[in-house]
Design a protein around this ligand. Structure first.
Ligand code: FRU
Length: 303
């Protein structure tokens, strides 16, 4: 019986029926400290599971740019067929990605941008547009006037720069005044600490615009500890069902703007590249706004 099976198997293999080509993909994740990044990896894993020819290897740089650089170089040395990189910072991670690309390894850059064009494809939502939409929403909500705190994402990463620039565009020439701003580096504990300083200095804060939901939640915790959470509105970005959207339902956040992880789209793009049909150089994902008014209907797409 065993013998027959072995003979059958080798027959299959020689005719190619079981010898499908497989591909190894290296996924370089900048950190897994936030739920959003855990979700990105889960989205990649789920999509890849439908394609047994794909073998994914994950590395977590634990929010350390140098470690991420080394991990990208390890993937190149191991000879992966394709790289997916979600980089921590733009400038220092451009050279290792460009080196991989020049060696002929296709690279999909996910969510945060790099400098230049030495990669195969970039996938992400339009952060400037999200910042602009958040700004417009805030101007309307505050009837064009009031003191605001801006808690920024890591400003050496492009989503931080763009979420800031878009927001500032929308509040220009209105009565909205940013009285306190700080780089909370995307981290909830940093946001909480910065908000404590803001609360100590400014008694009339009307709203906090944080570049991500962990930041908005950290600010809310600080305000709650000071007994001021009911006087202030909190706005964040990411809109995960298990995070931002839940905060909106609980009345903790006044709004959360969706920032899709792009995990599914990254696997779609990887398959196209590996099958010789490279996708567009830039894939822009859509985003939604979630507020208490629209959350049960599934949010509202950004105009
Ligand atoms: C997670 C995160 C998200 C944010 C994204 C921006 O590390 O901070 O909260 O939307 O990265 O790149």
């Amino acid at each position: 019986m065993k013998m027959i099976l072995v003979v059958l198997m080798s027959a299959f293999l020689t005719t190619g029926a079981l010898a499908q080509k497989s591909f190894t993909i290296g996924m370089s994740q900048c950190n897994l400290g936030e739920p959003w990044r855990v979700q990105m990896n889960a989205d990649i894993k789920k999509s890849a599971a439908a394609h047994p020819e794909l073998k994914l290897i994950y590395k977590d740089a634990q929010n350390d740019t140098l470690k991420q650089r080394a991990q990208i170089e390890e993937f190149v040395a191991a000879g992966v067929d394709l790289l997916i990189v979600s980089p921590k910072e733009a400038v220092p991670l451009t050279p290792p990605v460009a080196a991989a690309f020049k060696k002929g390894i296709p690279v999909i850059v996910l969510d945060r941008r790099l400098v230049g064009d030495q990669f195969t494809c970039f996938i992400g939502a339009d952060n400037r547009r999200i910042g602009r939409a958040a700004g417009r929403w805030i101007v309307e909500k505050l009837h064009g006037t009031g003191q605001v705190v801006e808690l920024k994402g890591l400003m050496t990463s492009t989503p931080g720069q763009d979420r800031n620039a878009g927001f500032r565009e929308s509040i220009k020439e209105t009565g909205i005044k940013v009285v306190f701003e700080a780089d909370m580096k995307w981290l909830e504990p940093d946001a909480r600490k910065e908000m404590e300083s803001a609360l100590a200095r400014f008694p009339d804060i009307k709203l906090v615009y944080a570049h991500n939901d962990p930041g908005a939640h950290g600010a809310w915790l600080a305000a709650k500890a000071a007994g001021r959470e009911k006087d202030i509105l909190f706005v964040g970005i990411d809109g995960l069902p298990q995070e931002g959207r839940t905060y909106v339902k609980q009345g903790i956040l006044a709004a959360s703007f969706e920032y899709p992880t792009g995990g599914r789209e990254a696997i779609d793009a990887a398959l196209s590249i590996l099958n010789g049909k490279p996708p567009a150089k830039e894939i822009t994902l859509k985003s939604k706004a979630f507020t208490p008014e629209n959350i049960e209907k599934g949010g509202e797409e950004l105009p």
